[in-house]
Design a protein around this ligand. Structure first.
Ligand code: ADP
Ligand code: MG
Ligand code: MG
Length: 909
C-alpha cells in the first residue's frame, strides 16, 4: 500500500468556475496563482490552468531538475488533461492543439522581475492546426515566431548578454526587413513569417548546438525549469534584496491555456485599476489595445487607448487630440465595445468588493469573449495609499482596523518630504546609485566642505564621509551625498534626524578634496555644478531635477487620528533642537525620547568652549570652560522643554568619544592654540592623546562623566535650571535625565549621585523644585543581563539599540559598511541589523532587560531610542515586548504611530 499521507499536492488546478486553491494560499501558490484560483471559484472567467507550488521550486533548488520533475510529472499530466477537457483541445495535436502560457509568480508581486513564456505547444504540426482552427494562417505563423523568440530568450539563454549586444532574433528580423525594404512587423508576409521561423530555429541550433525542442512536453519541462531559475536571476535577486524578501520563498509556476487578444478587430488586451493608483481617486481606469497580445500594452510600441470614456477624454485633452480624432482613432473600450466594457466593469466592482482593496487587473478579449488573466492588490503611491484606505473605510468597504492595516508605514515617507516632479524624473538620467539613507529629493550645487555649504543658495554636500564637525554644513545643505558609510553612518543618521535628503555609501564616486572634483564613471564634476539626489531610491542625477512640495492631505491627518485610537504605546521623538521638537510635535510626537546634548556643542560659538574644556589640563580649567557652556546648554533645554511643554523630555548626558570634538585641521588647531594661549604643538599633542584604537568601546558615555564629574554636574544643573526657569513662566517641563552606556549598577549609582546632589543644590538656591527622573540607557549587553539590579535605582530604561546591536553582534557601526553589504548579498544576514532590529538575538537582550527590570520595578517605564524606533517591524516588536514608548526621528513619527497601531490591532487578532 502506498503511504498516502506522504504524498503532498504539488499541483493545484483551476478553471471552469472551480479551483483547488484559494486566495489565502499565496505562500504556496504565489500571489498570481492564489488569485487565479480565487477568481475561478467566484465565477470570474479565467483561462483554465494549474499552479505548481513554490515548494517545488525549493525542491528543485535543493535536489535538482530530475527529482523535482519526477515529483510532479503525474500531477502535471493530469492537470494538462483537465485543461484539454475544458478547452476541447489537445496538447501537441496536429488538428486542434492546446497552447499554454507558463508564468512565474512569487508570493508577492515582483513585476517584470521573473520570466513568462507564451504560446507554448507550438511546433511545425501545431502551427498548421492553429491556422486551421483559427482560419488565420498569418496569426498562426506570427504566434509561432513569437514563441521561438520568447522561448529562445527565456529558456534557451539566447538573451543578449550585454546592453550593447543585439538580440539575435531581432537581428534576423531587422535583416529581413532591410532585404524586403519594409519597416514594421505588420508588413511581413506569411511567407516572411515562415522564413523567420526557419531562420530562428537555425539560430537556436547554431547558438545552443541543439534543435529547437518540438515535443510540447519537452517545451513545458524547459519552461517550468526556466521559471524556477528566474527566481535566482539577477533582476529577481536585486529586487528581493531591495525589499528584504528571503530567497527561500521561491516562485510558483502558473500554466494556463492561451487566449488571444491578437485575433483581429474583435480582440484585444489591456490592464485596468479599480481606483487611480497615483492619486487614489475612486475612478475605474486603465488602458487597452485592439488586436494585441500580452505585453504589447506596456511595451509602448502603439499608443494604448483608455478604458472609460471619461478617462479617454481626459487623456485626449492632455495629449491634445481633437474629439473627432479621438473617436475615430482612439475610442475608449466603453464606446467601442459597450457590452465587453459592461462586463469588465462588473468584474472590477466584484473583485474590489471581494478583495476589499484596490485591484490591478490584466484582461484579454478573444473574438468578443472577455477573459481575466490576473488580479492583485494594486501598487500605489503614498498619497493614493492613504486616500484609498480612508475612502474605503468611509464607504464601508473596510473597517477602521483594516484601513490602518492597509497602510504600508514606510510609504508615508513620501508624504513628508519634498519630492521630484514625476514628469521630470521620467526623463532624468541617473549617474550612480547609493543607499537611500534619508528620503526626499534634493537639488543643489556641489560643495565638498561643510563650511562652504553656505556658498550657494542650494548646495549638496558631497563627502567621502561626514563627521560631527560637519553638522552645521549638513544642516545648511539641501542634501548630503557620501561615498562611504551605510544606513547608520553619521551622515545617514543625522540626515534622517534633520529630515534631510541623503544618499550614502555611493561606492562609484571618486571624491578628491584637493582638486575639489567628483568623478563618476570617468565623468568629472566640479564645485558649483548642479546635481540632484533621490533619497528614497539612492539615485544620483546630473543637473537640476525640479522638485515639488508635499501636501499633507486631509486623509493623512485622518489616518493619524485613527492610529491614536488603537494603541496605548506612545511615540516620542529624537530631537536635539526646538525646531526638531516642534516638527515632531506637529506630527503627533508625545514627548522626546532622546535629546543628544553633544549635538548642541557643535554650533560655532560653542565648539570653542567645548574644545577648551576638553583640552584643559586641570579640573579648574575644565570648570571654567564648562561655566561658559552652562548658559548655552540651559537655553537650549529651555527651548526644547518649551516646544514640548507638558510632555516628557529625555535628555541624555554627554556620550561620544571626546576626540570627535577636537579640531583635526591645522588652521583650526592654530586658532584654538591662540585662544587658549598655548602652543600649536600642545594642541596637537592633546589631539593625539585623545586618539583611541576603538573609540566606540573607549572613553565615552558615562565613562566621561565618571572621569570628569564636573561635566555631569554642569549638564544636570543646566537641565534643572532650565526646568525651573520655565516653571516661573508657567510652563510645565518634565525632564528625564538619562545616563548613557552603563554596564554595571555602580556606574549608574555614581552618576545618579552627582545628578541628584546637583539638583538638590539648585533647588536650594532657587528655593523651588521640579519633578525629574533619572534613568539609563540599556545599550551594553551586560546592562540588559543585570537589568534587575539596575532597575533598583533607575527610574526608567531606554534601549539604545544602535549600540546594543553593535555590541551584541560585535560589528563596529563605523566599519560595518565594509562587510554588511556583502553579508546581505551572500545571504549571511537577511537585512542590515542596524536598520531592522534583530529580534532573534538583540531582541532577546531587549526582552531580558525589560522582564528583569520589571521584576524589580513593576511599572518601570521602558522605551527605545535607537534608529529602530521608527522601523515598522521593530516597532511591532517593541509593542509586543510591552514597551511604553518608541522614539524616532521627527520625520518618522507618523510612520511609527501607524506601525504602533498596526501592532496593537494584530495583537488582538
Ligand atoms: P508578469 O508577472 O511579468 O506580469 P505575466 O505572467 O502576467 O507576467 O505575463 C505576461 C503577459 O502575458 C501579461 O500581459 C499576461 O496578461 C499575458 N499572458 C499570460 N498568460 C496568458 C494567457 N494564458 N493568455 C493570454 N495572455 C497571457
Ligand atoms: Mg502580469
Ligand atoms: Mg549609544
Amino acid at each position: 500500500m502506498e503511504l498516502l499521507e506522504n504524498v503532498k499536492t504539488r499541483v493545484y488546478k483551476f478553471g471552469n468556475k472551480e479551483a483547488d486553491g484559494n486566495r489565502e494560499m499565496k505562500n504556496l501558490l504565489g500571489g498570481k496563482g492564489a488569485n487565479l484560483a480565487e477568481m475561478s471559484s467566484i465565477g470570474i472567467p479565467v483561462p483554465p490552468g494549474f499552479t505548481i507550488t513554490t515548494e517545488v521550486c525549493t525542491e528543485y533548488n535543493q535536489l535538482g531538475e530530475e527529482a523535482a520533475m519526477g515529483f510532479i510529472r503525474d500531477e502535471v499530466e493530469s492537470a494538462i488533461a483537465n485543461i484539454e477537457n475544458i478547452m476541447g483541445t489537445k496538447f501537441g495535436d496536429k488538428e486542434n492543439p492546446l497552447l499554454i502560457s507558463v508564468r512565474s509568480g512569487a508570493r508577492v508581486s515582483m513585476p517584470g522581475m521573473m520570466d513568462t513564456v507564451l504560446n507554448l505547444g507550438l511546433n511545425d504540426d501545431a502551427v498548421l492546426g492553429i491556422a486551421k482552427q483559427t482560419n488565420n494562417e498569418r496569426f498562426a505563423w506570427d504566434s509561432y515566431r513569437r514563441f521561438i523568440q520568447m522561448y529562445g530568450g527565456v529558456v534557451l539563454g539566447m538573451k543578449p548578454e550585454s546592453k550593447e549586444d543585439i538580440d539575435p532574433f531581432e537581428e534576423i528580423m531587422e535583416a529581413l526587413k532591410h532585404k524586403r525594404d519594409i519597416e514594421l512587423d505588420t508588413e511581413f508576409t506569411i511567407q516572411d513569417l515562415k522564413d523567420l521561423v526557419y531562420d530562428f530555429k537555425e539560430a537556436v541550433k547554431k547558438r545552443t548546438g541543439h534543435d529547437f525542442p518540438t515535443d510540447p512536453w519537452d517545451q513545458l519541462t524547459g519552461a517550468i525549469i526556466a521559471v524556477f531559475n528566474s527566481w535566482n536571476g539577477d533582476r529577481a535577486i536585486y529586487y528581493r534584496n531591495m525589499n528584504g524578501y528571503p530567497s527561500e520563498w521561491g516562485t510558483a509556476v502558473n500554466v494556463q491555456a492561451m487566449v488571444y487578444g491578437n485575433m483581429g478587430l474583435d480582440s484585444g488586451t489591456g490592464v485596468c485599476f479599480t481606483r487611480d493608483a497615483a492619486t487614489g481617486e475612486n475612478i475605474f481606469n486603465g488602458e487597452y489595445l485592439i488586436d494585441a497580445q500580452g505585453e504589447d500594452v506596456v511595451a509602448g510600441v502603439r499608443t494604448p487607448q483608455q478604458i472609460t470614456k471619461i478617462g479617454s477624454q481626459r487623456w485626449a485633452e492632455l495629449a491634445q487630440v481633437e474629439e473627432e480624432d479621438r473617436i475615430a482613432n482612439y475610442p475608449s473600450l466603453e464606446e467601442l465595445m459597450p457590452e465587453i466594457y459592461k462586463e469588465l466593469n462588473e468584474y472590477q466592482e466584484k473583485l474590489e468588493l471581494h478583495y476589499r482593496d484596490m485591484q490591478d487587473m490584466e484582461f484579454t478579449i478573444q473574438q468578443g469573449k472577455l477573459w481575466i488573466l490576473q488580479t492583485r492588490n494594486g501598487k500605489r503611491t503614498g498619497a493614493a495609499m492613504v486616500k484609498i484606505a480612508m475612502d474605503s473605510c468611509k464607504e464601508g468597504l473596510i473597517t477602521e482596523e483594516e484601513a490602518l492595516l492597509q497602510i504600508e508605514p514606510n510609504k508615508l515617507d513620501e508624504l513628508l518630504h519634498p519630492v521630484f516632479d514625476p514628469k521630470a524624473l521620467a526623463s532624468a538620467q541617473a549617474i550612480a546609485q547609493g543607499l537611500p539613507a534619508s528620503p526626499g529629493a534634493a537639488t543643489g550645487k556641489i560643495v565638498f566642505f561643510a563650511d562652504e555649504a553656505a556658498r550657494y543658495k542650494s548646495s549638496i554636500l558631497v563627502r567621502i564621509e561626514t563627521s560631527p564637525e560637519d553638522l552645521e554644513g549638513m544642516n545648511i545643505a539641501r542634501g548630503i551625498l557620501t561615498a562611504r558609510g551605510g544606513m547608520t553612518s553619521h551622515a545617514a543618521v543625522v540626515a534622517r534626524g534633520m529630515g534631510k535628503c541623503c544618499v550614502s555609501g555611493a561606492g562609484a564616486l571618486k571624491i578628491d578634496y584637493k582638486s575639489r572634483t567628483l568623478t563618476v564613471d570617468g565623468h568629472e564634476y566640479h564645485e558649483g555644478d548642479w546635481i540632484s539626489l533621490n533619497g528614497s531610491t539612492g539615485h544620483i542625477f546630473e543637473g537640476k531635477v525640479p522638485t515639488i512640495e508635499p501636501e499633507l492631505s486631509g486623509e493623512f491627518a485622518e489616518i493619524m487620528d485613527l492610529s491614536e485610537k488603537f494603541t496605548k504605546m506612545q511615540v516620542r521623538t529624537n530631537a536635539d533642537s526646538p525646531k526638531d521638537a516642534q516638527v515632531a510635535r506637529n506630527f503627533g510626537a508625545q514627548g522626546i525620547g532622546l535629546t543628544r546634548t553633544e549635538h548642541m556643542f557643535f554650533e560655532v560659538d560653542r565648539i570653542k568652549a567645548m574644545r577648551e574644556m576638553i583640552l584643559a589640563d586641570t579640573v579648574k580649567g575644565r570648570k571654567e570652560a564648562l561655566k561658559e557652556l552652562l548658559p548655552m546648554q540651559r537655553s537650549d533645554f529651555e527651548g526644547i522643554f518649551e516646544a514640548m511643554a507638558g510632555l516628557p523630555v529625555t535628555v541624555r548626558l554627554l556620550d561620544p568619544p571626546l576626540h570627535e570634538f577636537v579640531p583635526h585641521q591645522l588652521e583650526t588647531q592654530r586658532s584654538l592654540a591662540e585662544d587658549m594661549h598655548i602652543t600649536l604643538q600642545e594642541v596637537k599633542n592633546k589631539v593625539a592623546e585623545l586618539e583611541e584604537f576603538n573609540p566606540m568601546l573607549g572613553h565615552r558615555g558615562c565613562r566621561l562623566g565618571i572621569t570628569y564629574p564636573e561635566i555631569t554636574e554642569m549638564q544636570a544643573r543646566a537641565i534643572i535650571e532650565a526646568a525651573l526657569n520655565l516653571k516661573e513662566r508657567g510652563i510645565v517641563a518634565k525632564p528625564e535625565i538619562m545616563v548613557p552606556l552603563i554596564g554595571t549598577i555602580a556606574e549608574f549609582e555614581s552618576q545618579e549621585a552627582i545628578i541628584r546632589a546637583t539638583a538638590d543644590k539648585v533647588f536650594e538656591e532657587r528655593n523651588d523644585t521640579v519633578e525629574y527622573l533619572v534613568g539609563t540607557m540599556i545599550e551594553i549587553p551586560r546592562a540588559a543581563l543585570t537589568a534587575d539590579l539596575i532597575a533598583k535605582k533607575a527610574d526608567f530604561f531606554s534601549f539604545g539599540t544602535n549600540d546594543l546591536t553593535q555590541m551584541a553582534f560585535g560589528y563596529s557601526r563605523d566599519d560595518a559598511g565594509k562587510f554588511l553589504p556583502i553579508y546581505i548579498e551572500k545571504g549571511i544576514l537577511k537585512v542590515d541589523p542596524f536598520e531592522v532590529l534583530d529580534q532573534e538575538g538583540v531582541g532577546q537582550l531587549v526582552e531580558i532587560g525589560t522582564t528583569k527590570g520589571r521584576s524589580t520595578k513593576k511599572d518601570l517605564k521602558v522605551g527605545i531610542c535607537g534608529e529602530h524606533g521608527g522601523e515598522p517591524s521593530s516597532v511591532e516588536f517593541c509593542y509586543n515586548t510591552g514597551m511604553n514608548y518608541v522614539s524616532c526621528s521627527p520625520y518618522r513619527v507618523p510612520i511609527a504611530r501607524v506601525a504602533a497601531a498596526q501592532a496593537a490591532i494584530k495583537a488582538t487578532r
